[in-house]
Ligand binder design. Structure first.
Ligand code: NAG
Ligand code: NAG
Ligand code: NAG
Ligand code: NAG
Ligand code: NAG
Length: 576
């Protein structure tokens, strides 16, 4: 009798449950197959902007608006490095919209504007346009292009970085922003509309019902070592996050975590150094560094931005020379130690607070093979291997671990309307499945499940174990020690260079034409209103009332769903 009742109860439950909703899977972004400098190579993803679509390659990372390069950054008569990755000309798009209320960056540092590429200086404007994002729905799922309207874009019209010696060099590739603490970037837009919204990648795909959450999981990989990039929206590839994964809160535009120490170690075999382990490098020789130091993990900047005392302590052990003109360390490539170190299982280890704990820590190991990056033109005339420590804070005033570090780190964020978490874990080496079923990040997940893979196994065969004691170079070089069939997949350096040259040649013709047209349009538009872009659009922009700029709606975040913003770090606050 009892059993029957239970059966009835279960039956009723089954029949009253709504039909099963197909579980949403993460959406996988497609990498472009090209890599960019001048301090990389860095792998990129492709999106198409505007109507008709203009394809551009962008480095994924950071938050708020996507930064894209306008043809005007190229000076006539000079090499146009930005044309390799593709430029976006809003005047060639029928769906581009600009409004006055966003403000603009005008002839100043970008670092004062949240979401702008912090290392740049120059002029940039917000534009909203339709984008197509090539996606793959799960492993077996269809490839498709998701359309996002009013996508939040900062169009870089003049954009250069300055070397320590004062030399300027122009931006080469933009960034694809991966969401923000708010669903949209919103501005007051009177009188017609309470808010004008720029849309963002992760929240738009979630709102379209394509992903299980407003989140992402990324490992940028390494072009040199043949580790393909991995970027999922609404989930992550578990193979890219090796245990443990640390979970901590994010800030308005950064992913901060406490760094406890930096050390040098060797994963297997003998040490290429005259020591086997060296720790204490973070605070070495600097009594003002306490037990921990907050750093931002930031895919929008290239280097490791650390106190000069820390860079000194690390590089004292390496065959490198500081080059003041560049503010970077160049590998002494003629030193016999150089080849040994950058092909050995030696690594730079970064020890962090685990889950904001006061007693637990974890270490992310970055093999020196990944810290053997290349400077290229226009920074140097011939390709020059460098070690990416940059003494001092980044342009935004924080110590930061940029893309050099993120080659070995998994980073994910579950935005959850400003109350979410970000995740940091060890990423694998070249022995990693190039495609795998993505794991969903649930809407309110504050932790992620990691892979049980052993980090050492992901690097075995890709490095040369040092077999004798320090000072002795192992007889086998890197190339002969890797069995051909275990060679990492991905692009060889030569392929990357070949593609880059091909694209450059093709792009020059296009850019030249676009540039001329753009120049003409900009020249005639400069004196007029910026909202003249996109007048043919269905949602055509109504010019704000005369003198509205003095009403002080100006650059202000008004999205009520956002976490309260500290006044001094307003996401659309402008310098100047
Ligand atoms: C974000 O902005 C878009 C475009 O204006 C709008 O359709 C959407 O409803 C907004 N999202 C939210 C949560 O308000
Ligand atoms: C813009 O987004 C905000 C909240 O994010 C919402 O309240 C508003 O309705 C949106 N405006 C439009 C035009 O969709
Ligand atoms: C010592 O560390 C502090 C950060 O705590 C940093 O601001 C300062 O520049 C460092 N000094 C040197 C000489 O690197
Ligand atoms: C990390 O944790 C281990 C084990 O508790 C401890 O021995 C070590 O000193 C910690 N390292 C740092 C840098 O705090
Ligand atoms: C280097 O190796 C040789 C033999 O392979 C050995 O005799 C010598 O002691 C080693 N040098 C050092 C510094 O250990």
């Amino acid at each position: 009798m009892l059993r029957f009742q239970v059966f009835v109860a279960i039956s009723i439950l089954l029949f009253t449950l709504p039909p099963a909703i197909p579980a949403l899977t993460a959406q996988t972004l497609q990498w472009s197959g090209k890599a960019y400098g001048p301090d990389g190579p860095w792998q990129a993803v492709t999106i198409e902007i505007g109507s008709p679509p203009q394809p551009v390659d962008l480095l994924p990372g950071g938050s708020w608006m996507t930064n894209v390069i306008s043809p005007s950054v190229c000076q006539s008569g000079q090499a146009c490095y930005a044309s390799d990755s593709g430029v976006y000309n809003p005047y060639l798009s029928t769906t581009a919209v600009a409004i006055d209320q966003t403000g603009a960056i005008h002839n100043s540092t970008y670092a004062g504007t949240v979401g702008a590429l912090s290392t740049l200086f120059g002029t940039a404007n917000w534009v909203f346009d339709t984008v197509l994002v090539p996606l793959k729905n799960g492993v077996a799922g269809n490839s498709l292009k998701a359309e996002l309207d009013d996508f939040d874009l900062l169009v870089l019209e003049e954009a250069y970085s300055t070397l320590p010696d004062g030399t300027n060099y122009s931006v080469q590739v933009g960034k694809l922003a991966l969401g923000s603490p708010a669903v949209n970037q919103s501005w007051a837009y009177l009188p017609n509309n309470p808010n004008w919204n720029g849309t963002l990648l992760t929240s738009s795909l979630f709102a379209q019902g394509r992903t299980p959450s407003n989140s992402y999981g990324m490992h940028i990989g390494s072009a040199v070592m043949g580790i393909p990039g991995s970027l999922n929206i609404g989930g992550y590839d578990q193979n890219r996050a090796l245990a443990p994964a640390s979970s901590q809160v994010y800030s308005i535009d950064h992913l901060p975590i406490d760094l406890l120490d930096i050390g040098i170690g060797v994963a297997e075999g003998q040490s290429p150094f005259n020591f086997t382990v060296k720790s204490g490098l973070m605070a070495s020789g600097n009594s003002s560094i306490g037990l921990s130091m907050s750093v931002d993990v930031d895919a929008t900047v290239p280097y490791l931005y650390l106190p000069s005392s820390t860079c000194d302590a690390i590089t004292r052990n390496l065959p490198v020379t500081f080059q003041p003109r560049l503010g970077l360390y160049l590998w002494n490539t003629t030193d016999t130690q150089y080849k040994t170190i950058v092909s050995s299982p030696a690594f730079l280890g970064f020890t962090f607070r685990l889950n904001s704990s006061i007693s637990q820590n974890f270490t992310i190991k970055v093999p020196f093979a990944l810290l053997n990056l290349n400077l290229t033109a226009p920074l140097v005339s011939a390709t020059t291997p460098y070690f990416p420590c940059r003494p001092g804070q980044g342009a935004d005033g924080n110590f930061a671990l940029g893309r050099a570090f993120m080659q070995a780190a998994f980073v994910g964020v579950n935005w959850q309307l400003g109350n979410g978490r970000w995740f940091l874990a060890q990423a694998p080496g070249p022995n990693t499945p190039s495609s795998a079923l993505a794991t969903a990040i649930g809407d309110s997940d504050n932790f992620i499940v990691t892979s049980a893979n052993n980090w050492l196994d992901t690097w075995r065969g890709a490095w040369t174990v040092v077999s004798s004691t320090s000072g002795n170079i192992s007889a086998t070089g890197l190339s002969t020690s890797i069995p051909l069939n275990s060679r990492p997949t991905g692009l060889s350096k030569r392929t990357v260079a070949g593609i880059a040259v091909g694209v450059a040649l093709g792009a020059i013709a296009f850019t030249a034409a676009a540039f001329l047209l753009y120049r003409r349009r900009v020249a005639s538009a400069r004196s007029q209103h910026s909202s003249s872009i996109g007048t043919s659009r269905h949602k055509s922009v109504v010019p704000p009332p005369e003198g509205s700029s003095s009403l002080d709606f100006g650059p202000r975040e008004l999205d009520s769903t956002a976490a309260p913003l500290p006044a001094s770090r307003n996401p659309v606050e402008m310098a100047g």
